[in-house]
Design a protein around this ligand. Structure first.
Ligand code: ATP
Ligand code: MG
Length: 355
């Protein structure tokens, strides 16, 4: 069967090590796609500190306009703390998340040969609700969900809605069907009874539509302990925003290093690949940044698109990227953050050679 064989990708390099690792991930994606008969068409868009200088905003209107016409994006890190004060808030990620309703944040953590892991048998996917929860900045319905009625009192509002919980639960159960068929719903309903209680209950209601998937629930504190004690018990973990942020860092470190941590932000009709790590200004410009998290994020993006198009070529390209990174690491090549001596360029050449 021949398929439509072009992938259009918006590329936003971002700050710090972004201009070092993002082009590597583009090269890797291009090589993997070409090997499977798919052409990659990229559109580079201004973003971050460079965009402030050129267009007067970290996410210029022209970039938002262009993004609305492109469904797949690869986005580098941003270092908004280093922007001139008027541009620090809202952070670029928040602007894009809100504008395009990127409600699902998928963060896998799996140990790989060649990188010592605290939990060598961990293989989890954290499905983090990305639009509301206990992160007040995402609570559009209540404005900025944090405020100070007096200079000595600060309040924060948590928001959980049935609609947002239902759509993230569907993401989690669908993901479990493609994985090992188990979902863990993480909440804290003994204390945050109404908010995280609603989250848990709606997830369990959605689970009734998935009789083929097993489900259990955990309190977030117990979950942190269990991820360390019995990581192999978990497959897909679905949770609200703040809990998901924390648990995904924990899972990433258990699997080896935050430097390997890939992530995908998605709505129903578009997806953004972006590594979990930040701009790493301390090592920017030295050619030593680890490109793996960005490379694996772009593999997630191609797999997401492969599911959407039902394209074996795209799924195979994604698998080949994961395989090539694993192969190079197993061979003992690693960047400085993983204890090795390879430069960004050496590592990327090795991955391209395998592909
Ligand atoms: P943010 O606030 O954007 O999440 P952060 O303060 O968490 O950023 P990072 O930019 O992620 O910080 O960097 C944390 C540490 O990890 C730094 O020492 C940085 O050099 C290192 N680091 C992050 N990403 C990489 C990478 N891809 N390769 C090598 N080292 C990295
Ligand atoms: Mg951070």
């Amino acid at each position: 069967m021949t398929e439509t064989q072009t992938v259009r990708l918006a590329v936003l390099e971002g700050d710090g090590i972004g201009p070092e690792v993002v082009p590597v991930a583009v090269d890797v994606a291009r090589r993997a796609l070409e090997a499977h008969g798919v052409e990659l068409a990229t559109v580079e868009l201004p973003f971050g500190a460079a965009a402030i200088e050129l267009h007067g905003a970290p996410v210029p209107e022209s970039t938002l306009d262009a993004l609305s016409g492109i469904e797949l994006w690869l986005v580098g890190p941003h270092d908004s703390a280093a922007y001139p004060p008027p541009f620090r808030h809202p952070a670029p990620g928040a602007v894009m998340r809100k504008q395009f309703d990127l409600f699902a944040n998928l963060r896998p953590a799996r140990a790989v040969a060649g990188v010592p892991a605290t939990a060598p048998d961990i293989d989890v996917l954290i499905v983090r609700e990305n639009s509301e929860g206990l992160y007040a900045d995402r609570n559009m319905a209540v404005g900025s969900g944090e405020f100070m009625p007096t200079p000595d009192v600060a309040l924060s509002v948590g928001l959980i809605t049935r609609a947002a919980t239902e759509r993230i639960a569907v993401e989690a159960f669908e993901a479990a069907r493609r994985r090992r068929g188990h979902v863990t719903v993480v909440h804290k309903a003994n204390v945050l009874r109404l908010t995280t209680g609603l989250f848990r209950d709606v997830c369990l209601q959605v689970s009734e539509r998935y009789p083929d998937i097993t489900v259990n629930t955990e309190h977030v504190d117990a979950m942190a302990a269990l991820l360390v004690r019995r990581p192999a018990d978990f497959d897909v973990v679905v949770t609200e925003n703040l809990f998901g942020d924390i648990l995904s860092d924990l899972a990433a470190e258990l699997s080896g290093s935050l430097g390997l941590a890939a992530s995908l932000n998605s709505s129903t009709d578009r997806a953004m690949a972006q590594a979990v790590h930040g701009a790493a200004p301390d090592i920017a410009g030295q050619g030593i940044a680890n490109p793996i998290a960005t490379i694996l994020s772009v593999a997630m993006l191609l797999r997401w698109e492969g599911e959407r198009r039902d394209s074996d070529a795209l799924r195979a390209a994604a698998d080949s990227i994961d395989g090539a990174v694993a192969h190079v690491l197993a061979d003992g090549l690693a960047t400085a953050d993983l204890g090795g001596t390879a430069s960004t360029g050496e590592f990327s050449s090795a991955v391209l050679a395998v592909l």
